[in-house]
Ligand binder design. Structure first.
Ligand code: NAP
Ligand code: F7E
Length: 371
């Protein structure tokens, strides 16, 4: 783990890292990891009238964590954060408008946070002449592949060599930011890495992403069953008709709305966020910056996720509990993602530690416990 650069953090004193997006799913897991590794962590948090620190609540008293106000879309606030923390040796840029469906409705705001934000950090690093002292991580995404894939004879996959064919304003912004990282690496010699992360989830996942939307619903539905002392077999069969959008049980007044989803035929390579932040850190411990695909190598459809999740509450006919609602379909879809993590395995010695079944079970159990 020794660094041969001129970085001031390579002195025996604590390493300092800056994280944008620390209040998000990944930022919170990364903060856990870096604090565990004895880093000083500076988390950039944008001003909000409501509390956004729920995911890092357990860290708020930690003397090695400092939260500073800053908006990634505002160059001066990012410049000031860097200026005041010039002894930081690692910068993790995780802030973004990360919801793909929302990016179709708000392409400009998505562009500002997801692409311009990355440029703001890169530019501030160079303006402060920190390019030889700080290492930079960019949260790139498998969404950049969009409809593109390669084939290895029997199956489709994406890796570092697969071309990008983005299918949303979000993915276009990520592609541009990804190119900016390459440019600053080549033009300024910045130690900059982009992790092309495939979908990663967990109990801290935002509730509007499909996995968490499903497990949250199951948590609440399970509570409804328990509250009314009913078993899945007591559900009224007629309400399981696909035109009925509520769930009833005989002798029970209360009803429960079915789970409304969009396209359940898409495939994703889903991993656990806690595993993936380790790969981010490992990228910045290498001798040079590079791009890495981070994934499990397995692809599952949303149908399969539903099947596995409903199994946790002993329901096998999950399709009777959902409604496919046009409002959750996207103008363009990414149908199939399955990454190949060969480079991450050989260079970073990284591999995923959580199976698909473990991930689904972890999320459902969390949401049952907390509903
Ligand atoms: P997330 O939960 O949506 O978190 C996004 C974070 O960005 C939040 O902390 C949010 O702050 C912050 N943010 C948004 N706009 C900002 C602004 N203008 N200024 C400062 N902060 C701002 O996303 P995530 O799942 O942790 O993902 C982290 C990063 O990885 C994102 O860049 C995402 O696009 C990328 N990524 C995610 C996945 C995945 O599967 N999770 C896969 C590939 C890439 P608030 O709390 O104030 O909203
Ligand atoms: O959708 C389908 C939807 O929103 C997954 C972000 O972290 O990963 C994430 O992007 C699939 C899509 O994730 C609903 O159409 C069906 O095919 O959970 P998602 P995403 O779009 O893959 C990538 C790697 C990122 O970088 C992003 O930041 O599920 N789907 N029904 C639905 N999706 C949602 N959200 N809600 C539904 O009701």
């Amino acid at each position: 783990m020794s660094c041969k650069g001129k970085c001031s953090c390579r002195k025996p004193s604590k390493k300092k890292a800056i994280i944008t997006g620390i209040t998000g799913q990944d930022g919170s897991h990364l903060a856990d990891l870096l604090l565990y590794l004895n880093y000083e962590v500076v988390g950039v948090v944008r001003r909000s009238s409501t509390d956004t620190t729920q995911r890092i609540k357990h860290l708020l008293g930690n003397k090695n964590l400092k939260l500073v106000e800053g908006d990634i879309t505002d160059y001066s606030s990012i410049f000031n954060v860097l200026k005041e923390n010039q002894d930081a040796c690692e910068f993790y840029n995780l802030a973004a408008q990360s919801h793909v469906a929302a990016s179709f409705k708000n392409p400009e705001a998505t562009w500002d946070a997801t692409c311009k934000g990355c440029f703001n950090v890169l530019r501030a690093i160079v303006d402060l002449d920190l390019q030889n002292r700080i290492r930079f991580y960019q949260a790139s995404s498998s969404e950049m592949f969009g409809k593109s894939y390669d084939e290895d004879g029997y199956a489709k996959y994406q890796d570092e060599k697969t071309k990008f064919l983005p299918q949303s304003p979000y993915a276009i912004a990520k592609c541009a930011a990804h190119e900016a990282v390459r440019l600053y690496r080549d033009a300024y010699g910045l130690h900059a890495s982009a992790g092309i992360l495939f979908n990663h989830e967990g109990p801290r996942r935002g509730e509007q992403f499909v996995t968490r939307k499903i497990t949250k619903w199951i948590g609440k539905f399970n509570k409804f069953l328990k509250r009314n002392n009913i078993l899945p077999k007591d559900i009224t069969k007629s309400c399981l008709d696909k035109d009925c959008d509520m769930i009833f049980a005989s002798g029970i007044q209360e009803s429960f709305p079915k789970l409304r989803l969009g396209n359940i035929d898409a495939y994703r390579d889903w991993g656990y966020a806690g595993d993936y932040v380790k790969a981010m850190w490992l990228m910045l411990q290498q001798n040079r910056g590079d791009d890495y695909v981070i994934c499990t190598g397995e692809s599952h459809s949303i149908r399969e996720f539903l099947e596995e999740a409903f199994k946790c509450i002993e329901i096998s006919d999950w399709y009777n509990y959902i409604i496919q609602d046009p409002q959750f379909y996207r103008p363009a879809e990414v149908d199939y993602l399955r990454g190949k993590n060969f480079k991450a395995g050989s260079k970073l010695k990284w591999k995923p530690e959580t199976t698909f079944k473990q991930l689904v079970t972890m999320m459902v159990e969390h949401d049952i416990k907390n509903s």
